[in-house]
Design a protein around this ligand. Sequence first.
Ligand code: NDP
Ligand code: PMR
Length: 399
Amino acid sequence: MALQTAALLPATFSVPKEGKCSASFKDSAFFGVSLSDNVKADFSSSALRCKRGVTQRTGAVRAQTTATEGPATTRSAMDGKKTLRKGSVIITGASSGLGLATAKALAETGKWHIIMACRDFLKAERAAKSAGMSKENYTIMHLDLASLDSVRQFVDSYKQSGRPLDVLVCNAAVYQPTAKEPSFTAEGFELSVGTNHLGHFLLSRLLLDDLKQSDYPSKRLIIVGSITGNTNTLAGNVPPKANLGDLRGLAGGLSGLNSSTMIDGGEFDGAKAYKDSKVCNMLTMQEFHRRFHEETGITFASLYPGCIATTGLFREHIPLFRLLFPPFQKYITKGFVSEEEAGKRLAQVVSEPSLTKSGVYWSWNKDSASFENQLSKEASNEDKARKIWELSEKLVGLA
Ligand code: NDP
Ligand code: PMR
């Protein structure tokens, strides 16, 4: 297998020490660009494409019955000891991959009630069942991040449920590497940035007050990031690279009408749009930290959980990629992690008392120990973070 996958590596690339990158790529045979451009043409019909305006799933908003919970600690009548109530955590996109594995890991502790915020209610229900999660540990609520109306409805339903909010995990994402044409959210934003960044931006802004009010010992807002948005790594230098430019496309609304569908104003590229959205996720986490950490005590964090090469994220990639990507990551880059391991990592960021530092981008070394990682220049640019915040506020109707 190692031999097979070795043949997929680009003809030349240099790996600097500790993966810090100044890599050069030439003639990348499969995982890079040249071959995949040819193969893309053959397989693109298998991609699940949404056309403009039809991304919003129909289906009524449904929520299981929820119970109001009391203060974070109650004194037991028997022995006078303080006991901590179950924490309430919302996880977006908990119907598969990292979100599901995290929900499962937290449910197994018995210390958390997980609100699975998902666009496909039945898929989420089946996923929770097959993961062996018991009913009393989770609630499924409908959320389609590709519709700002749906985000607002979700927030209203959550507030009405009377449940406290202790941790919010912005995990859901879409990745459209083979798309030749852009698709759009209900409001007409390019789908990847619209879902991964703008949907989550509105969600977290609207739920910030609920987090603020939580009396849980540690309240957290976690936005999942990725190595591929960080150009200070080898993975982040695989073309197309993330680059937000001067944000002219974002300022124009990413609609493709009077502006580009890409944040930097360039030609549509689905893989780049995803990586750009991850940069927005990591910048948003830092902007939250600067604006609200001191005042609210909320821990804001992001992370790269490892390369979980088996998840549904790659569902729109060509079949050959899906076949070879897991062994490539396992045996060549050694960046592979199982869904279970990645779920445990994100569960640590949710609940570990040692991971309360705010403004941090967590990663794990090969012994699975967490460490504070360095973000690329662009993914830590304060000026860009502030501008993205302000432009995003306008796009989602908060300013
Ligand atoms: P999956 O595709 O398995 O999970 C993505 C989840 O997002 C699914 O539950 C999906 O729902 C949900 N989702 C997609 N669109 C929407 C929407 N419009 N509204 C609500 N939910 C939506 O991928 P992963 O588990 O791999 O990805 C999870 C996170 O991990 C992402 O943020 C990704 O960027 C990040 N990540 C992944 C890495 C990897 O190697 N896989 C590496 C680094 C970061 P549905 O089930 O209905 O499709
Ligand atoms: Mg990458 C240490 C090397 C490393 C790591 C950790 C990843 C993670 N990747 C690495 C290296 C390489 N990748 C190299 C050398 C190549 C060229 C052969 C390569 C290619 C590649 C492709 C085509 N890698 C990819 C793709 C994708 O389509 C994935 C992507 O970019 O999705 C946005 C991907 C990924 N590589 C990773 C990770 C974690 C991904 C999934 C990205 C994410 O979720 O952000």
